[in-house]
Design a protein around this ligand. Structure first.
Ligand SMILES: [Zn+2]
Ligand SMILES: [Zn+2]
Length: 277
């Protein structure tokens, strides 16, 4: 695959390629999950939908618009990484795939996921400071009942901070570009799962399972979209459980528009008349 880039294209072409790849990845994975679960299977799986209200197309379009902006930010960061790699500043390898071992690549991808899990927890929890929340993170929380399209629904400045994790990775760790791409695909799949809105296992099953209780679920993340100051994790609930921010997703009854507990920001949404969980 990498021979495709020989000779290396100018940076603007690299940027267009990265943006195209990111949009394709988003449309195929997030759009595929949206069509499959939120449209085609929706009538059959309504009983496991966390929020019983029907989805509004305008919510999905808002998530898509913000996500497209986020992907521009991610692409610009990608251009910077390409330029830095060409200058020899990063540890990103483009060696032939035949030089990689499957085991070391699996360990590398797992390590990237764990690193991102901690990075995301710190950034996400910081974004809930009232000053940052009102200016930036409120965009993501406009989705009270997120869809898979919400995976990248961030304010562009929050997207800059989120993209910083990839920059850190290529400067800190000797990783191969294919390992980075594998990490990004898995990351998006987990992100989509967190915003799916359908949970096929019960809360009790997740809570009592020795292994699964450490992993984030769509139910835990939807709880975060309602309660704001709990369950910040992306892939795992490790840091939430260690640092005391985990809250079991319990029944929530809202009889008014939810407000951020610290800033008091009102979140636009329809009044709810029945339990969510
Ligand atoms: Zn979310
Ligand atoms: Zn949040």
């Amino acid at each position: 695959m990498l021979q495709f880039f020989d000779p290396p294209p100018p940076l603007w072409q690299a940027g267009l390629f990265i943006y195209g790849f990111l949009v394709l990845r988003y449309v195929v994975l997030a759009g595929g999950a949206f069509l499959l679960f939120c449209k085609w299977l929706a009538p059959k799986i309504h009983s496991v939908k966390l929020d019983p209200r029907p989805l509004k197309n305008e919510d999905a379009w808002r998530e898509i618009r913000w996500s497209m902006l986020t992907l521009i930010v991610f692409s610009l960061n990608g251009v910077f990484i390409v330029a830095a790699t060409r200058a020899g500043w990063t540890q990103l390898s483009t060696a032939p795939l035949s030089e990689l071992s499957l085991l070391s690549s699996l360990i590398a991808v797992l390590g990237l996921l764990l690193f991102h899990d901690l990075y995301f927890y710190v950034i996400h929890r910081s974004m809930h400071h009232p000053l940052l929340y009102q200016r930036f993170h409120e965009v993501h929380h406009r989705s009270l009942s997120p869809t898979p399209w919400a995976a990248f629904s961030f304010h562009p400045l929050e997207a800059v901070v989120e993209s910083g994790v990839v920059t850190l990775m290529v400067f800190l760790f000797p990783i191969h570009v294919s390992e980075l791409v594998a990490f990004q695909v898995i990351s998006l799949l987990m992100n989509i799962y967190g915003h799916l809105g359908y949970d096929f296992a019960t809360r009790e099953y997740h809570e009592s399972h020795r292994i699964l209780r450490w992993f984030n679920t769509t139910r835990s993340h939807q709880h975060h979209h309602r309660r704001f100051n709990t369950n910040y994790g992306l892939y795992t609930l490790l840091w939430d459980r260690i640092l005391g921010t985990y809250q079991t997703p319990t029944e929530i009854r809202l009889n008014r528009e939810p407000r951020h507990p610290e800033s008091g920001t009102s979140i636009p949404g329809t009044l709810l008349d029945r339990s969510l969980f």
